[in-house]
Structure formats: structure tokens, C-alpha cells
Design a protein around this ligand. Structure first.
Ligand code: AGP
Length: 611
């Protein structure tokens, strides 16, 4: 996904826009660009981080106006070049546009516009949209709002856009379909951004655009309508984000901050929702659907990436504790299959951002076939939160690090609470639920105990950072945890890592084992402990180096592995919430030791809002 910030008011726009853009840089950071209206339209673009654009601007004049827009890009159409960086312009009227999303019919539109005599300078779909607005502009009485509405009526795909025009130097037009966009309302000034992080420093008074909304903004006010020019009244709310939540707070990286926030984020996530004494879970967002969940015949959990790993743990929980048939689905696969959705099916979309395009599409596919649609998301008011029948927010606070950590834990905790919410209405006794809830209440303190081992986990990790291929292996509840450990390592250290069920190794991957190859086993006390130990021996016998995540007090395992990272004793269904912590720290320290940008790993973006 990309980041958009736009401003119209009485302050110099440049520094305000760049400060906001830096807060959105986790959304994508291949290139950045800015357009400022200062009597005439001035545009500057640069490949790389926002800081590269800042350096370029220091050498340029003409960027002193109080109307402008800017963009940080995660490349979809077209390579990472300055010509493909946003803003993009039309070739007639001094129109500049920034865009987050995908124009699916851009090729047909580009052919039409070329036949109209327009020449293009980039490979992007966004330039086509800018050119289309320019083509329609004059015919609609040189009215930017009308030209944007008309152009968007021709467009298929997803967009969040901000547009300015040299011929209307006091007007900013923004629009949304499928990609989030918020308008912050100040005193005779407005700041528009892809997420609230870029707005809260200026105002907490804001509204989110709905799909097909177009907003025309001037310094004296704004008008909201649809792409068919039907007036609409936006729902103005107070943003609940505060700056301290989105700043580093003394940590070197957001990822480390968010790993160490997990004891508190778990307390926040569970607060007011679990009553261990009475053995009950209260989830306000599900109260109207308690009967549907009680009678559910099947639960389909769908997500991508880390969220899918959390969903997989949710599947084990629901099957084991709520005794309901449950399955997980890659959203990107589920949406294109011809899935069978029978009566009594509940679909759960799991997503930190609530904006992952494939997850949204899979959710809607299941909804259209009659499933009850639930969301487990972190971002309040996100697309998934708005498109589900009900849901449960993670309440772990904004997650800025591209590699998901506290949100993963929040997803697992919420899915555990949903499972117990269902189980108590199906056949779980109050005592059994009380026992598990008492254990859940102790999770934050147990995470703190693991975090105290961070220096040791760092030392163990650094022994292996020269190895280019790792295995992560687990069984039962911790098979998905192994997948998550592999993904964390891959996405920020760029080391190739593969997660799998420990037993699966013998069916092929064991051929990979060579002298010194790291194999991380989740070997906490549980039903399959002895089986995991056997798998460890199979790796050791072939020269692999074994790092075990084991239960405190298990001295036995130390005789069979090279390194042990201990976690406190915990009920097996809750063990992923502890076992994942050493894996998160290992990935962080490996990336650090290899000199990578932990918070902005190459090629990645925080949420994949394109398909
Ligand atoms: C996690 O570390 C990755 N950044 C990625 O796999 C992410 O979990 C996935 O893209 C899903 O994002 P979502 O939770 O916002 O839907």
C-alpha cells in the first residue's frame, strides 16, 4: 500500500506534509513525491525514503504554498523509478494527483487517452487517472470536482486519491473507494491522510470517507458527495489515537518497541473481556450473534501472512475447545475457488490493518454465500471492520513496524476469547473456562519474564546469522507458531526460512539438513513433546544445529540441543502466545546483525491493499 497526505489551510504546507508523510512511511517506501500550489504547480519526486525527497527539496524553490499533497509509494504498476513516483500530472491543466490502490481498467483507459493525443511519461495506472481527469476537465466547465467525479465513474478498481489543479489554486479534491482516506478538520485548515497517524498532530476532529465519496475542500469549508454528485453527510468523529502511541519512545525501532509493548498490549486486549472468577468471556461486539455462534456448524478463518498464522491457531482452539468444525483459508485462494458455504457457517476475517485486499474479497465472497461475517482487526473503522456483521477489535494500539508482532499476539488472544465465548455456550464447563482464563491473566507477566532474556536470545541468534537457510518446526498448536517464526526471520533478515509441522520434515525437507543448519524447534511441554524430541534427534543425526524453545525447568532437553530458549509453563492451548516471543526477538536481532532496516524491510509494506 502507499501513503497519502494532503493539506489546505494557511500554514506552509511543505514541512507539514513531509512530517505527516514520515508517519505513513511504514505503508510503503520505494519512492516519494510532493506537489505544492504556489501561484503555480510545483512538483518534486525522489526514489527512496522521504528523507531523499527532503534533500532534493532543499535545492529547489517554489515550494512555499499552503496547498499541497504528497505520497510515499509501494510499487504496483511500474518499477521503482522517479518517473513512476507520485504525484502524477495531466498534460494540459496543471492537475496533480496522488493515489493509493489499483486502477484495474487502466490499460483500456490509456489506449483511449492516447487516441485523444495524450502522451504518458510513466508506466503507472495513476498517471492514467490524472490524464483522464485532465481530459474531462474543460468539457465539464473547468470544474475539478466534477472532472474527478466523472473520471471515477469510468474507473474500475480501488483508490484513495488527492487532486489539485493550477486553475483552481484554492481547491483540494479527495476521493475513496476501497483504500482508506481520512479528512482532519482544523481551524480553516484541513489535513487529509491515508491513516490517522498523519492527522492527530494537527486535529482529532475527523471523518473517514466511505466508498464512492468525493470531498471538495477549500479553506472555508468542504462538500461531500458521491461520484454521481449526490450530497452525503459524513460522520465526523474524534480520533482516539495519541502521538505517543505512534512515536518510538526511546526504542531504536518500532518493531522492538512493539515486541516489548506486548505485556501491556495483551492486558489492554483482555481488559474488561475476561471474568476468570465466573468463567466467562464478554465480547460486546458479538453479543447480538451469540446464538449464531452457539449453533455454528463450521467456522472458516481467512487471512494472509501473519494473520493467517494466528487464524491457524484459532482453528486448533475452536476445534479443541469449542468443539466446532473449523478450517483456515488463504484469502487469496479462497476468493477464487468455488467455496461451499452451508447454513450455520461463520467466516472470520483476521487482519491487523483491516485493509488487506484479498482478505476483504474472501470475506465478501463468504458473506455473499450466506455466511455470518466476523472481523478480528486492529484498526478501528477499517474496511473489514465496516464490512462485517460483527467483530472484535484487538485493542493493541497502532502497529507501525512492518513485521507484525503485538498484533499477532492480539489476534491469537482475541481468537482464544472468541473460542471460549463459544465454548461456554456449547459444552465447556465454567470451571474449565475459569482455569484457562486464569492462565490467560498470567500471560502478560509470563511474556515479561521471556523479554528479560532478550540479551541471551540476542547472543544465541548472533551465533547463526551467517547461515542462509533455517528450519522452524513445531507440532499441534505450535505448528502455526513455527510458520510465524519462519516468516518473521524471512521478512526482516532476508534469510531463507521454512516452517512446517515437525513430523513433515521426514517427508522430504530433511534432505536439506546439512552440517550446521539451524533448526528451531518449539519443544515446550505438551502432548507431543516426546515426538518433537525424536524429530530433534533426526536433525542432530544429520549435523543440524538445534535451537529449542522449551518449558522452564526442562533440564532434560538441554542434553539434546545446541541452544535452549526457555518460556514459562503454560496450558498448551495458550502456549503460542509465549513460544512466539523468542522467535520475534530472534528475527529482530538477526536483521539488526545483518544491518537491515528493521522497520522498513525491502519490498514490503505494512498492508497489502492490492491483489
Ligand atoms: C506480517 O509480519 C506481514 N507484514 C504480513 O504477513 C501481514 O501479516 C499480512 O500482510 C496481513 O496483513 P493484515 O494483518 O493487515 O491483513
Amino acid at each position: 500500500m502507499c501513503g497519502i497526505v494532503a493539506y489546505i489551510g494557511n500554514k506552509p504546507a511543505k514541512s507539514l506534509l513531509l512530517e505527516g508523510l514520515k508517519r505513513l512511511e511504514y505503508r510503503g517506501y520505494d519512492s516519494a513525491g510532493i506537489a505544492i500550489m504556489n501561484g503555480k504547480l510545483n512538483v518534486a519526486r525522489a526514489v527512496g525514503r522521504v528523507s531523499m525527497l527532503e534533500e532534493k527539496l532543499e535545492t529547489l524553490d517554489g515550494f512555499d504554498g499552503s496547498l499541497g499533497l504528497c505520497h510515499t509509494r509501494w510499487a504496483t504498476h511500474g518499477g521503482v523509478t522517479e518517473l513512476n513516483a507520485h504525484p502524477h500530472k495531466d498534460d494540459k491543466h496543471g492537475i496533480a494527483l496522488v493515489h493509493n490502490g489499483i486502477i484495474e481498467n487502466y490499460s483500456a483507459l490509456k489506449t483511449y487517452l492516447k487516441e485523444k493525443g495524450h502522451t504518458f511519461t510513466s508506466e503507472t495506472d495513476t498517471e492514467v487517472l490524472a490524464m483522464l481527469i485532465g481530459e474531462l476537465y474543460e468539457g465539464l466547465g473547468s470544474d475539478l470536482e466534477a472532472a474527478v467525479q466523472a473520471a471515477l465513474r469510468e474507473v474500475d478498481g480501488a483508490y484513495a486519491i488527492a487532486v489539485i489543479c493550477e486553475k483552481e489554486p484554492d481547491t483540494l479534491v479527495v476521493a475513496r473507494k476501497g483504500s482508506p482516506l481520512f479528512v482532519g478538520i482544523g481551524a480553516e485548515e484541513y489535513i487529509v491522510a491515508s491513516d490517522a497517524a498523519a492527522i492527530v498532530a494537527h486535529t482529532t476532529h475527523a471523518f473517514a470517507l466511505d466508498d464512492y465519496n468525493v470531498v471538495k475542500i477549500t479553506r472555508s469549508g468542504f462538500r461531500t458527495s458521491t461520484i454521481h454528485n449526490v450530497p452525503v453527510t459524513p460522520k465526523i468523529e474524534q480520533l482516539e489515537l495519541d502521538l505517543q502511541q505512534i512515536e518510538l519512545g526511546g526504542y531504536p525501532h518500532f518493531m522492538l518497541k512493539e515486541i516489548f509493548e506486548q505485556p501491556q498490549s495483551m492486558r489492554n486486549c483482555m481488559s474488561g473481556r475476561i471474568d476468570a472468577k465466573d468463567g466467562r468471556v464478554t465480547l460486546g461486539g458479538l453479543s447480538n450473534f451469540a446464538k449464531d455462534l452457539t449453533r455454528a456448524k463450521k467456522v472458516i478463518l481467512t487471512a494472509q501472512g501473519t494473520a493467517l498464522h494466528a487464524a491457524m491457531i484459532g482453528r486448533y482452539l475452536m476445534e479443541d475447545l469449542a468443539k466446532v468444525q473449523a478450517q483456515t483459508e488463504y484469502a487469496s485462494e479462497f476468493r477464487y475457488r468455488n467455496p461451499i458455504i452451508e447454513d450455520g457457517t461463520v467466516v472470520v476475517a483476521v487482519s491487523q490493518s483491516g485493509e488487506t485486499a484479498d482478505t476483504i474479497a474472501a470475506l465478501n465472497e463468504a458473506k455473499d454465500r450466506g455466511a455470518l461475517a466476523l472481523g478480528v482487526v486492529n484498526v478501528v473503522g477499517s474496511s473489514i471492520a465496516r464490512q462485517t456483521d460483527a467483530g472484535v477489535y484487538l485493542r493493541v494500539g497502532p502497529e507501525i513496524g512492518v513485521a507484525s508482532t503485538k498484533a499477532f499476539l492480539g489476534q491469537v488472544a482475541v481468537l482464544t476469547m472468541i473460542t471460549l465465548f463459544m465454548a461456554r455456550r456449547r459444552m465447556m464447563s465454567a470451571d474449565h473456562c475459569t482455569d484457562l482464563l486464569r492462565e490467560m491473566e498470567q500471560i502478560p507477566a509470563k511474556i515479561e519474564r521471556i523479554l528479560e532474556q532478550a540479551p541471551r536470545i540476542k547472543r544465541v541468534t548472533e551465533k547463526y546469522i551467517d547461515r542462509e537457510n533455517w528450519l522452524f518446526l513445531g507440532r499441534g498448536y505450535n505448528y502455526p507458531t513455527a510458520l510465524e517464526g519462519a516468516l518473521k526471520l524471512k521478512e526482516i533478515s532476508y534469510i531463507h526460512a521454512e516452517g512446517m509441522p515437525a513430523a513433515e520434515m521426514k517427508h522430504g525437507p530433511i534432505a536439506l539438513i546439512n552440517e550446521g543448519m539451524p533448526a528451531v524447534f518449539i519443544a515446550n511441554k505438551g502432548r507431543q513433546y516426546e515426538k518433537v524430541l525424536s524429530n530433534i534427534h533426526e536433525v542432530r543425526a544429520r549435523g543440524g544445529h538445534v535451537i529449542a524453545v522449551a518449558t522452564e525447568g526442562d533440564e532434560h532437553i538441554a542434553d539434546h540441543v545446541h541452544d535452549v530458549l526457555y518460556i514459562p509453563e503454560v496450558a498448551e492451548p495458550l502456549s503460542p502466545m509465549l513460544a512466539v516471543i523468542p522467535l520475534q526477538l530472534m528475527a529482530y536481532y538477526a536483521a539488526l546483525a545483518r544491518g537491515h532496516d528493521v522497520d522498513k524491510p525491502r519490498n514490503l509494506a505494512k498492508s497489502v491493499t492490492v491483489e
